[in-house]
Design a protein around this ligand. Structure first.
Ligand SMILES: [Zn+2]
Length: 395
C-alpha cells in the first residue's frame, strides 16, 4: 500500500479512521436527561459570568467576548446543518431547530438566569457533588428541566489556572487560558456549550480534536497544544456533524510517496506520479482537484456532481425524549413519546461511487471518493483488476 505521511496538518496528525461507533454502555435510564436545554419555543436565553480571581489573567471584557463567540460558533454550526438529513420527528412533520435563541448576557447571576458560567469557582454544595474536581477542566450541568416547555437551566464550570481548583493533570499547560489568543479557552467553552445543545461526549472518537470528543478539553489544554495554538491562529477542527457532500475546502498539504520509494511502477505512471510529490486536495463546486504543490498544476480531477450514489454512514448526535406532558409540539405522535428520537446526526463517512478520475496526462479511471468526518478525501478505484482503496489520499 501507499506510504503517506502527514506534514502540514499539525494538530490533525493523529490518526483518523472510519471507526467511531458511538454506542454507550447502556443500563442507565436517561429519559430526558440528554435533551437539549432549549428548543426553538425558547426565544431568549440569559447567561451570566461568575469569575474567580484564580481563573486567568484575561480581562473580563475579553472573557465576555469569548463566551459570546462560543455561542456564535454553535449558531453557525446549526445553521449549516445539511437540510437533506431528516429525522423521524421531522418526517412526522415537526421541525426541530437548535441554537436559534438570542443569548443575552445578564449583568448579575440571579437565580432566574438560564446559564451561569462559573469561571474558576464552585459552590460548597457543588464541591460535594463533584468530588473529583481536581480532574475536572470543564463541566456543563443541567440542574433543572421543565418537561412541559422543554426548557432547562444550569451551569457551566471551567476550572481555574491557579489555586485550589486547578486540575492536577501534569499535561495541562501552566496557563492554558491566559496564553496566546486564548484559543484553548475558546474551544473549551465551545465544547461545554455543545452539551447545552444536547451533544454528548464521544468516548469512542478516534480523533482527540473532535470538538465533542470526551478527550477534547484535556487535549486542547495540554502544554503541547496550547503552545501550538499560540503559534498558529486556528486549528482545523472538523464540524461536529461530520462532512457533507457539498463541502468546500482544502485538505492542506499531504506528502505523497511513490510505492516503497523504489521508483515508478505501472500505476504511478498511469497516475502521472513518478516522483515524491506534495499534493493538496481541494473540493469546491462538487469537484475534487488533486493539486501538485511543487508545480502548481492540477494532477487529477474528479467531478463529484456526476454521482447520485452517496452512501452516508452516520450516527446519532442529538436526541430528544418527550413525554405526554410536553406542550411544545401539537398532536405529537404517541409512538414517538417516551422513546429517544435522534434529531441530529453526524456523518462519519460519505462515499460517492460511479465517478471518473481524469488525470492530467489524459488517462481516466472509474473511481469512488470517500470523505471522512473531517472531510479528508480518499480516491479509490480498480486498476488492472486490483482494488486500490487509496489511489490518492487526503490524510
Ligand atoms: Zn464534555
Amino acid at each position: 500500500m501507499r506510504n503517506l505521511s502527514l506534514t502540514a496538518l499539525g494538530l490533525l496528525a493523529s490518526a483518523l479512521s472510519f471507526a467511531g461507533n458511538g454506542s454507550s454502555g447502556g443500563g442507565h435510564i436517561h429519559g430526558d436527561q440528554l435533551n437539549p436545554w432549549f428548543l426553538s419555543n425558547t426565544t431568549e436565553v440569559t447567561y451570566c459570568l461568575e469569575i474567580s480571581k484564580d481563573f486567568s489573567r484575561i480581562p473580563e471584557p475579553k472573557l465576555r467576548a469569548l463566551v459570546a463567540e462560543a455561542f456564535d460558533y454553535w449558531k453557525e454550526e446549526f445553521a449549516q446543518y445539511p437540510t437533506d438529513r431528516s429525522s423521524e420527528v421531522e418526517e412526522a412533520g415537526f421541525e426541530v431547530k437548535l441554537a436559534t435563541q438570542n443569548f443575552k448576557l445578564s449583568e448579575a447571576c440571579t437565580p432566574s438566569v438560564d446559564i451561569r458560567f462559573q469561571l474558576g469557582s464552585l459552590s460548597p454544595e457543588q464541591l460535594l457533588k463533584i468530588p473529583n474536581y481536581k480532574q475536572t477542566i470543564g463541566l456543563a450541568s443541567r440542574t433543572s428541566y421543565d418537561t412541559k416547555s422543554l426548557r432547562g437551566s444550569g451551569f457551566i464550570y471551567v476550572a481555574p489556572e491557579a489555586g485550589q481548583l486547578r486540575p492536577s493533570s501534569v499535561n495541562m499547560h501552566p496557563k492554558p487560558w491566559s496564553s496566546g489568543t486564548h484559543q484553548a479557552l475558546r474551544y473549551t467553552l465551545i465544547h461545554e456549550i455543545g452539551h447545552v445543545f444536547g451533544l454528548q461526549d464521544d468516548h469512542y472518537s478516534s480523533y482527540d480534536l473532535d470538538i465533542m470528543s470526551a478527550k477534547f478539553v484535556e487535549a486542547i489544554t495540554s502544554t503541547r497544544n496550547v503552545n501550538y495554538l499560540s503559534r498558529k491562529s486556528q486549528p482545523r477542527i472538523p464540524s461536529v456533524f461530520g462532512c457533507n457532500t457539498s463541502w468546500t475546502g482544502d485538505s492542506g498539504v499531504v506528502e505523497y510517496d511513490v510505492i516503497g520509494g523504489e521508483g515508478p511502477n505501472e500505476l504511478d505512471r498511469f497516475l502521472g506520479l513518478l516522483e515524491k510529490k506534495k499534493l493538496r486536495f481541494v473540493s469546491q463546486n462538487k469537484k475534487l482537484e488533486v493539486l501538485d504543490v511543487t508545480t502548481g498544476t492540477v494532477n487529477a480531477t474528479v467531478d463529484l456532481g456526476a454521482s447520485n450514489a452517496d452512501f452516508d454512514q452516520s450516527t446519532d448526535a442529538i436526541a430528544l425524549y418527550l413525554t405526554s406532558e410536553q406542550t411544545v409540539f401539537a398532536r405529537f405522535p404517541r409512538r414517538l413519546l417516551t422513546v429517544s428520537n435522534a434529531i441530529f446526526f453526524r456523518s462519519n463517512s460519505v462515499i460517492k461511487k460511479g465517478l471518473t478520475l481524469k488525470v492530467h496526462n489524459g488517462n481516466t479511471l472509474p473511481v469512488f471518493v470517500s470523505f471522512d468526518q473531517a472531510c479528508a478525501p480518499t480516491v479509490g478505484g480498480v486498476f488492472k483488476g486490483e482494488v486500490f482503496f487509496d489511489l490518492y489520499s487526503g490524510y
